[in-house]
Write a protein that binds this ligand. Structure first.
Ligand code: NZQ
Ligand code: ZN
Length: 394
């Protein structure tokens, strides 16, 4: 087991009445003048936004609202948010939504106290010294941003999507009411399940083979989401299973299932190029790529793929042919994705195959013009990236 540092400072309030505590939580964490940040229409339509604003009113907390965050959140709205918050003297950002809203909120929170261009943090040209406090009212379990130290932003100038991670931005609190996820469309629910599972799988597939407790937690989380997703697709108002998925979403990406291991995250890096170029849902992009990545790299540590096949996907162990068991596990994931309506190739994801030029461009950007590799189980070079995109081009 590798040495590790586990830091999860976010206060979690979970349950059917959780959001009623939002006003008090903002106050407790020092918010006097708040930016309420949200996405398209879902939080308005459900009445959640009004409910949150009434609570801020009753706590005597001033606020302004800024909506319009889109999936794969854009840098231009971050700039708008930064100027608005400076003008109005905002001291706390409250994100009401999913990963895109939270990530946009984190970017605004970094940008307000910083004199330079906030994008420089994402490109690695500057390092933030401070960040305004961020609170979250979560409406979709998926990205895990409510407890993570990451923010992923798309710069429309060049369609560049980059994640930046820093503990400064970990939310002060996260309010999670599983009932708020009843209105999620089936596709979005499935995208979320894929993303949650991937956050754990990215940490699970490593060269470490000595993490009994972490592996057991990871496998349990994966089985739980895999089972619960079918229940909520049949009955979207199944509180019990919505709750399992919601809590799994936070634990999958607050690093709990990464303690003692070294994450891979190659599939995430490859997917960020897909969603930057084609503006697809992140979870669906991951589903389109993972099986191809897995077939490309499984020989690097066959025993982990065997363990995953048996303990998570329920494959019978063919002890004489570990490679067969490993591949059967990958095939089982492919069947699972199909069963929940997720794509298993890029063609299914965007409605056509990508061209060789597009693959070359994604690999160029992902490899930073051949200046970096991605992944740890196998460090993928630009050529490897092209090979994985080609394998996934079905
Ligand atoms: O905009 P509205 O109308 O709210 O609709 C949203 C959006 O269209 C809808 N939605 C959210 N809650 C809903 C709802 N619809 C009905 N009922 C509800 N309760 O769902 C759509 C997707 O929302 P989004 O926030 O984009 O989803 P998600 O949480 O999957 O976030 C995706 C973003 O997070 C990034 C991804 O790359 C992507 O940009 N990630 C962030 C990470 C992090 N910060 O730690 C890690 C992840 O790996 C990921 O990369
Ligand atoms: Zn993800």
């Amino acid at each position: 087991m590798k040495d590790f540092h586990f830091y999860a400072p976010t206060e979690v309030v979970f349950g059917a009445t959780a959001e009623e505590q939002t006003g008090k939580l903002v106050k407790k964490h020092g918010g006097n003048k708040v930016l309420v940040h949200y996405g398209g229409k879902s939080a308005e339509r459900s009445g959640l936004l009004d409910k949150i604003c009434k609570q801020l009113d009753s706590e005597g907390i001033g606020y302004i609202k800024l909506g319009g965050v889109v999936p794969n959140p854009r840098l231009s709205l971050v700039h708008t948010g930064i100027s608005l918050c400076r003008q109005k003297g905002i001291d706390f950002i409250l994100a009401v939504g999913g990963g895109s809203v939270i990530d946009s909120a984190k970017a605004i929170a970094y940008g307000i106290p910083y004199d330079g261009e906030v994008w420089n943090f994402y490109t690695g040209e500057a390092e933030p010294q401070s960040c305004l406090p961020v609170g979250v009212v979560l409406t979709i379990p998926a990205a895990g941003s409510e407890m993570s130290h990451s923010s992923v932003i798309t710069n429309e100038d060049g369609d560049i999507k980059i994640g930046y991670s820093n503990n400064l931005s970990r939310p002060k609190f996260a309010v999670m009411n599983p009932e708020r996820t009843y209105t999620l469309p089936a596709y979005q629910t499935a995208c979320g399940a894929v993303d949650i599972m991937m956050h754990t799988m990215e940490r699970y597939f490593s060269h470490e083979d000595d993490m009994t407790l972490t592996d057991a937690m990871a496998e349990s989380l994966l089985r739980t989401v895999k089972d619960s997703i079918f229940e909520v697709l049949v009955n979207p108002e199944d509180y019990r299973h919505r709750a399992q998925i919601m809590w799994a979403g936070s634990l999958a990406h607050n690093d709990l299932t990464g303690c003692g291991t070294v994450g891979d995250f190659a599939t995430h890096e490859l997917e960020h190029e897909l969603s930057a170029m084609f503006d697809v849902a992140h979870g669906a992009g991951l589903a389109a790529l993972w099986c191809s990545w897995a077939r490309y790299v499984y020989r690097e540590n066959i025993s982990r793929f065997v363990r995953f096949a048996v303990n998570v996907m329920g494959v019978t162990n063919d002890f004489t042919h570990p490679g067969h068991t490993a591949l059967a596990g990958i095939e089982a994931v492919e069947n699972f994705y199909r069963a929940i309506g997720m794509p298993t190739g890029i063609g299914q994801l965007i409605g056509r195959k990508v061209t060789d030029e597009e693959i070359g461009e994604m690999a160029r950007k992902c490899s930073h013009d051949s200046n970096r590799t991605v992944g740890n189980l196998k460090k993928l070079t630009r050529e490897d990236m092209i090979a994985v995109y080609k394998l996934a081009n079905g």
